[in-house]
Structures are given as C-alpha cells and as structure tokens.
Design a protein around this ligand. Sequence first.
Ligand code: FES
Ligand code: FES
Length: 157
Amino acid sequence: MSDLHTIQVTVNGKTYERKVEPRLLLVDFLRHELLLSGTHVGCEHGVCGACTVLFDGAAVRSCIMFAVQANGHEIMTVEGLAKNPSELHPLQQAFHEAHGLQCGFCTPGFLMTLVPFLKENPHPTEEEIREALSGNLCRCTGYQHIVDAVKLAAEKQ
Ligand code: FES
Ligand code: FES
C-alpha cells in the first residue's frame, strides 16, 4: 500500500479530514469516503460530465482529479444544491418542471455544470445553452427538455 496523505476538504460547507492514498480519485473520495453518491461515474475519462462537481465554484470533472488535489479547497456536489429536502434548488425545480431528466444518471453533472454557467450568464441564448451543455452526455432526453429546463430556470431567476 502506498503512503497515505492527510487531506482537509470542505464539501457542501462541511470540513472533512481524511487519510487517502495519492492515487484515489476525487470522485471515489466523494462517493466512497464521504458517501456522497449523487456524483456519478460514467466514462472515468473526463468525457461524459457525469462526475462534474464545483471546485472553488468552478465546474470540474472529479474523475480526472485526485482527492489530494482537493486539499484545502471547497467542493460542492449535487447534494449541496437544495437548501433542505423539501426545497429544491431553482435549477433542480426547473429540471423537474420541464421534464429535463429521464433515468437521471447524467442529471447531477448537468446541474453542476449549469449552476456556474447561469451565474456567469443569467440570460443565455439557446445557442449558448447548447454550447454549455455540449460537454455533458445524456443518453435519454434528446437534450430538448434539458434546454427547456435551463430556459425556465433563467426566466425564473
Ligand atoms: S465520469 Fe468523469 S467525465 Fe465521465
Ligand atoms: S436522463 Fe438518462 S442519461 Fe440523461
């Protein structure tokens, strides 16, 4: 077994200290160490976007980062979006209302990609929305409802 490194990471506002192997991926740290399984693993090659989380506010792919790289940083996962179990984040609510998901496997990655996108660009055009979505793969929706959900979220904010 390789040497363990002690890391301190703030995830969804709570700080965790853990000893991890240097080879441990950030996505596996989140899912298996912290039991935050909302961050999904699709391709494990940085292609599909299912593992997207916020790293100091920016969308990153947690399957191509090591947990040790998150030492001293702030992560937000999909579990951190809703204020409480009965009040969805406005983007989650828009996905629900516009039928932006079917199986939902890709959905956490879409949400975590779109939160900083809408913050930077609160009133995007359809072309800008499609460009923003282009790094996230979905097998079920045909994307139209996802685009509709982003438009709805933008209208409501
Ligand atoms: S699982 Fe990370 S990009 Fe596909
Ligand atoms: S809703 Fe099934 S993969 Fe996107």
